[in-house]
Design a protein around this ligand. Structure first.
Ligand code: ATP
Length: 205
């Protein structure tokens, strides 16, 4: 296990990946729950078979991959179906994240966990929480621009997540991503130095 594990979280389209990329440029070890989830539903994986059994073969593309857009629209339309999908995916993602964090030997390991606030009890083994923060209106605008979503679907995507306040309540550190992306470089540099210091201190204990 890395000396220090940090969960990086934030609402949809607040800039988690953008921030994680800045950390990666500084040499940080990154484990991304979205990438893990994608690997877990790759063709031939047990989770994909479970999803197909639960939601039907119409959730697959012609080549047998998960049709992510279709799946997302379906679970956004129904709380029961969203919970059903989460029940298939989340336990697998959690145990895979724990296993990968266990194998991380870097000074600190940054785990990108979008739904941390929704399942915080499951991640009580992380040392610290970093929240990427953005006012709601800007979050909606970035989401619509990036994904070509309607305003209604973007609103719905935010409504099914924890609130900005719930996430900020968990934060040890916050990165405000409301400015231009270049401003992230300084914020990440400062935190990278802090995490390296905390990691070295923890190793000595
Ligand atoms: P998701 O929750 O979907 O995984 P995310 O939190 O990882 O998203 P990103 O994909 O990093 O968010 O960023 C969302 C969008 O906002 C992207 O199009 C990205 O290029 C843009 N973006 C990120 N930071 C900024 C910024 N400071 N200014 C303007 N646009 C930004």
């Amino acid at each position: 296990m890395a000396a220090l594990t940090i969960a990086l979280t934030g609402g949809i389209a607040t800039g988690k990946t953008t921030v994680a990329n800045r950390f990666a440029e500084r040499g940080a070890a990154i484990i991304d729950a979205d990438i893990v989830a994608r690997e877990l539903v790759a063709r031939g994986q047990p989770a994909l078979a479970e999803i197909t059994a639960a939601f039907g073969r119409e959730m697959l593309t012609q080549t047998g991959e998960l049709d992510r857009r279709h799946m997302r629209e379906r679970v956004l339309a129904s709380d029961a179906e969203r919970r059903r999908l989460e029940a298939i995916l989340h336990p697998r993602v959690r145990s895979e994240l724990l296993a990968r964090a266990g194998g991380c030997t870097a000074p600190y390991c940054l785990l990108v966990i979008p739904l941390l606030a929704e399942s915080q009890h499951a991640y009580d083994w992380v040392d610290r929480v970093l929240v990427v923060d953005l006012p709601r209106a800007e979050q909606l605008a970035r989401l619509m621009q990036r994904d070509g979503m309607t305003a209604a679907l973007a609103e719905r995507s935010l409504t099914v997540q924890a609130t900005r306040e719930q996430r900020l309540a968990l934060a040890d550190d916050v990165i405000d991503n409301s400015g231009v992306a270049e401003l992230l470089i300084d914020a990440v540099e400062r935190l990278d130095r802090l995490y390296l210091t905390l990691s070295a201190r923890k190793r000595k204990v």
